[in-house]
Design a protein around this ligand. Structure first.
Ligand SMILES: [Zn+2]
Length: 403
């Protein structure tokens, strides 16, 4: 299992200038790699391999000075990124997907990645047969200091201040430096052993919504903070101010930065909320199974009346974090069930409502057994039943389907 630990880093002015220069170089490299691939595809109809591009890179490094200034590992990672984009493009072509197009031209690259290699290290052993033994040790990217800030070793740049607010765990494999509006961040990707799965005992189901973020099968509701809608007013002001600044001016640059900071803050707030919510559902409420609907978020966003609310809620991130962060990292369970009919069926008798309930009707009234329940609560219970049936290996059938 891979986990990324994120820390703020504080390069000096000179270091930041070099890093920005490297980013520009990588951007150019990625775009020229993209260009070469497109030309090869259009003239000869072949897909250029990563190996071929890396050979070209090595040749270019021998020839040009500006290529040598940037660590080769970072360049290789940049080419790998293009390769990945083209592999996806190739898959789309072969599947005959409706929307295929070349991977995009990159206006800007925001991150640089390098791998941490293993190197041989001689260790002394006090055994009779061997005095010395060579083992392979992974290089540690962090130099610890007695000060508040430790140092991150960046190839060909030296040591950069890093604030280690939490300890690293596992075996560090890759470091990515990311430039954001608020500064630089290091993402250190570590390999950790995957924990064994716990036995499923306590389950909870959630029904996602837009008025409330979610409703649990216990009937609890979580408010939807609507970060984007909240931020919209200030955002509009910033954007308007930006449009009034002269192009290429220093003030326009400053305003762009303000706008970018605002966007970053909205994203951070959303992530903070989702992270805490996932933690609450599992750890505070002491559940080890979480069930949700398998919603096709990318399709739902196409509905123009709901798209902004759904994008703002970022359900996809919620599902992903449930699956990756908790279920993979802590050995807990996350299941998704087909959303069909979950809001149309009575959770106590299983009778399907004869008329389709529109989204505007918020209470579920059963015609046959007289149960009156909140619409989302009813749906959440149904989702839980559906998952339980799937666990037992049954098909979830309602009385209506049987008759
Ligand atoms: Zn009923």
């Amino acid at each position: 299992m891979r986990l990324a630990f994120k820390y703020p880093v504080y390069p000096t002015k000179t270091q930041a200038t070099t890093l920005l220069k490297w980013l520009d170089h990588l951007c150019e490299l990625q775009n020229s790699g993209r260009h070469d691939r497109i030309v090869a595809l259009e003239t000869e109809g072949v897909f250029v391999s990563l190996d071929a591009q890396q050979t070209l890179l090595t040749a270019a490094r021998k020839k040009y000075d500006d290529f040598r200034e940037v660590p080769q590992d970072m360049q290789n990672h940049a080419l790998r990124r293009t390769d990945k984009a083209f592999a996806n493009f190739r898959r789309r072509c072969e599947n005959g997907a409706a929307q295929k197009g070349y991977p995009r031209y990159k206006k800007r690259v925001r991150s640089l990645t390098w791998s941490l290699r293993k190197y041989p290290k001689v260790v002394r052993r006090k055994t009779k047969d061997t005095d010395k033994q060579t083992i392979r040790v992974r290089q540690n990217p962090i130099c610890e200091t007695a000060w508040k800030h430790d140092r991150l070793k960046v190839p060909e740049l030296g040591e950069v201040k890093i604030y280690m607010h939490r300890p690293l765990r596992g075996d560090p494999k890759e470091v990515t430096l990311v430039k954001k509006a608020s500064g630089w961040y290091a993402h250190i990707s570590c390999e950790l052993p995957t924990p064994p799965k716990v036995a499923p005992t306590d389950a909870i189901a959630v029904d996602m919504g837009t008025t409330h973020y979610l409703t649990t099968s216990e009937g609890e509701k979580e408010d939807n903070p609507r970060w984007y809608r909240q931020a919209e007013g200030v955002l509009r002001k910033h954007a308007r101010d930006l449009s009034r600044k002269k192009k290429g001016s220093h003030r326009r640059k400053k305003q762009q930065h303000k706008l970018a900071l605002h966007h970053e803050r909205t994203v951070n707030r959303r992530k903070d909320f989702i992270g805490k919510l996932v933690y609450k559902l599992y750890h505070h409420l002491k559940n080890n199974v979480l069930v949700a609907e398998d919603l096709r978020v990318s399709n739902m966003v196409k509905n123009k009346h709901l798209s902004k609310s759904i994008s703002d809620a970022s359900w996809a991130t919620f599902f992903k974090w449930c699956a990756d962060m908790v279920s993979e990292r802590d050995g807990l369970h996350f299941h998704q069930v087909a959303p069909k009919d979950t809001s149309q069926i009575c959770s106590s008798c299983g009778q399907k409502s004869p008329k389709k309930l529109s989204l505007a009707i918020r209470t579920f009234k059963c015609q046959s057994c007289g149960t009156v329940l909140d619409r989302d609560h009813n749906a959440a219970i149904n989702i839980l039943f559906k998952a339980a049936a799937a666990f037992r290996g049954e098909r979830w059938v309602t009385t209506l389907y049987e008759t």
